[in-house]
Design a protein around this ligand. Structure first.
Ligand code: SF4
Length: 686
């Protein structure tokens, strides 16, 4: 079947893939009746999905048929940011957009900036036709750093890429460290494996500044201060050394830089780390003993811990641990942060960087607040005059949002947004172009939590006048006069191009998923994708950049206890029923979350005369944010947790937690340090 399910009254099921920014990448089965999707379920035959979806995507039909979905092109008819639009035809919208972009490009195409991220993880509706379009146009390039690039760089300089142990083997681990991850909410299929291991006697340890729902269900929780993970990892190394819980043979054969790392780690006795991390010293010693003696030991590391100044170094420090104890020798030992580096994606064939006629400047998406406000100058290049946003909601999710909003409100900025809904970002558009959801288009997916490729078939015809991202860019290309044959590729051929001959496409068409051939213990005998082929404790590439070649603890930009005025550290992980800013407008999910919340420890609340459920003002020099206090020991003393990411217009006073975050960048990967943020909180009188 090459098209959406026929409009029959007999229910049919269509195979697909979840497009959301989640490591689980579930296989979907959509039931279609009379041309309408009536149910979305997990595919029972896909081992990782096992027939189960999270609550969020189980409600996918509610999202696709949402009464507020944008179903026709819209043109702004009110002040910038007012969210006032009038419907226009596709013909008018595409002609106007093409004309405006052409006029700007005639002067300097670098004044045009694409802005996109993981609103869909699909390789076709993400960066395929869109990338071709912007490459051919010669637009500025976007440095896509907002989520994972600090950790990604940390892994690259240690293991050689985003590679790790196969997730299915966690079920056989004897010790699992769940580090910086609320797996119960955001990695539910991994959590099922961890539960299986637990039933078979494994010890589960959670490492997280917040007592998360995952921490509740683990044997032990280390509630460290944000930004201190590298100090903890170095102290674990210290204990492995002094108790000789090391695999000397693995270290000698498959690692690089051990003498130097050993010297570094010996500077981190548990007493020092306990002070830095705000943990009892005995807890660190106990964790080290467990890690050194319970085999096989596995680490599920997630991206929460790298959203601080030293996030890249922290990832490096943790990623060194498995090699020290030879954990990689066993399929159920090692570390998994991301598996995406195992996938042989044909990026150049999809994105066609060869269409770019000259090198362009690169704009970091994490500093969009500052960059939209910059004028032309020799170092920056031209002022940004046009922004084309797809698969992202920067007004809600980018740091220091007061500046982001100010930039988006510029009357001279031409802004086009491809979207399903009038998000905070779409409200600032000159044109909103209605995009299809995953039920309405082809796509193909890798995963960053397992090693299967998934194909997504359209289950239904596009709702309203929606068009796929790829189709919108294809039509814009035509109007701009781009006549290269690659702009005629349809979505199914883009799906075929994504992995070339590396994946059996007939199997994908027939079954919906296909597994990569990754060995059970991929690094049992070294073979890391580094230059040396070893796990690189010492990175010559970093040293060559004038950086520390060894991992170390770097204190936060805004270290807890460093400010008299702002005495609380704040982290802002996603609320359990939201996925970043996606799903905030799905009423049944929003009803569970109720309202924007700040978790605050009873001691900190009492010191500020804040009562439970009181409206509070959270503030620092960058702005202030009103929300509801929830007094809870989920936040440790000295830490508040601003659950995100609410749409600004759905929050109190039209702001969200990113009003408080800053645009300083991490040590590696040029990423934002969302969880490296000091604030103060006060009750708001009624
Ligand atoms: S968000 Fe994650 S758990 Fe939920 S359906 Fe998608 S891939 Fe599966």
């Amino acid at each position: 079947m090459m098209t959406p399910a026929a409009k029959t009254s007999k229910p049919v099921t269509v195979r697909g893939a979840c497009p959301h920014d989640c490591p689980d990448t579930c296989a979907l089965l959509t039931t279609v009746q009379d041309g309408r999707a009536v149910q979305v379920q997990g595919h029972p035959d896909h081992t990782h999905t096992a027939g189960v979806l999270c609550t969020k995507v189980s409600r996918y039909t509610e999202r696709s048929y949402h009464p507020e979905r944008v179903l026709q092109p819209l043109k702004r008819c009110g002040p910038k940011g007012s969210g006032q639009f009038q419907p226009v035809s596709w013909e008018q919208a595409l002609s106007d957009v093409a004309e405006r972009l052409q006029a700007i490009a005639a002067h300097d195409p670098q004044a045009i900036l694409p802005y996109s991220y993981a609103g869909t993880m699909g390789l076709v509706q993400g960066e395929s036709m869109a990338a071709r379009f912007f490459n051919r146009l010669g637009a500025s390039e976007l440095d896509r750093t907002i989520c994972s690039s600090a950790g990604g760089e940390g892994l690259r300089h240690t293991l050689g890429g985003k590679v790790g142990m196969k997730v299915e083997h966690f079920a056989q681990s004897r010790l699992i460290l769940i580090w910086g991850s609320n797996s119960v909410g955001s990695n539910v299929h991994f959590w099922r494996l961890a539960q299986q291991a637990k039933r078979e006697g494994a010890r589960l340890v959670c490492i997280d500044p917040r007592r998360s729902e995952t921490a509740d269900k683990c044997h032990e929780h280390l509630q460290l201060l944000p930004g201190t993970d590298a100090a903890l990892a170095l102290a674990l190394m210290h204990e492995l050394i002094v108790h000789d819980w090391l695999d000397h043979d693995y270290i000698a054969q498959y690692t690089l830089g051990w003498p130097a790392l050993r010297e570094r780690a010996l500077q981190w006795p548990p007493e020092r780390a306990a002070q830095v991390c705000g943990l009892p010293v005995q807890q660190i010693r106990r964790l080290a003993r467990d890690y050194g003696t319970l085999k096989p030991a596995a680490i599920r590391l997630n991206y929460g811990m790298q959203r601080v100044r030293g996030g890249g170094n922290a990832t490096r420090a943790v990623a060194c641990l498995p090699a020290l104890i030879g954990a990689w020798r066993h399929p159920a030992g090692g570390l998994l942060m991301s598996s995406s580096g195992h996938f042989p994606v044909q990026q150049a064939a999809l994105q066609r960087p060869d269409l770019r006629r000259a090198a362009s400047r690169v704009i970091n998406m994490s500093t969009i607040g500052d960059d939209l406000l910059r004028s032309s100058d020799a170092s920056f290049g031209p002022r940004i005059q046009a922004l084309v946003v797809y698969n992202s909601n920067p007004v809600a999710v980018a740091p220091e949002s007061a500046k982001v909003v100010q930039g988006f409100k510029r009357e001279d900025l031409f802004c086009v947004v491809l979207e399903h809904f009038l998000t905070d970002t779409a409200d600032h558009a000159d044109y909103v172009l209605p995009a299809t959801t995953q039920l309405e288009h082809w796509d193909i997916h890798l995963s960053y939590g397992h090693t299967d490729v998934l194909l997504n078939r359209p289950a239904i015809e596009p709702v309203g006048q929606a068009r796929s991202n790829s189709e919108i860019f294809r039509q814009l290309a035509r109007r701009m006069g781009f006549d290269e044959p690659c702009f005629d590729d349809d979505d199914l051929s883009l799906c075929r191009t994504a992995f070339g001959s590396a994946v059996n496409f007939e199997q994908l068409l027939n079954q919906g998923f296909a597994s990569l051939q990754v060995p059970p213990a991929p690094f049992a005998q070294g073979g890391f994708p580094t230059v040396s082929g070893r796990c690189e404790f010492f990175s010559q590439a970093l040293a060559d950049q004038g950086l520390d070649g060894l991992p170390d603890h770097l204190p936060n930009f805004e270290a807890p206890g460093s400010s008299e005025r702002y005495r609380l550290a704040m982290i802002s992980p996603p609320a359990r029923n939201f996925l970043n800013s996606t799903f905030v407008n799905v009423k049944s999910l929003r009803d569970v979350e109720v309202e924007p919340v700040l978790e605050i420890h009873p001691e900190d609340a009492a010191a500020r005369q804040i009562s439970d459920r009181a409206t509070v003002r959270v503030f620092n020099d960058r702005g202030s944010y009103h929300c509801t206090a929830r007094i809870s020991d989920r936040a440790r003393p000295g830490l508040v947790v601003g659950l995100g990411i609410w749409w600004r217009k759905m929050g109190l006073q039209g702001t969200n937690v990113n009003e408080l975050t800053h645009q300083k960048l991490t040590d590696l990967g040029r990423a934002p340090a969302f969880y490296d943020c000091l604030v103060e909180v006060e009750a708001v009188s009624a």
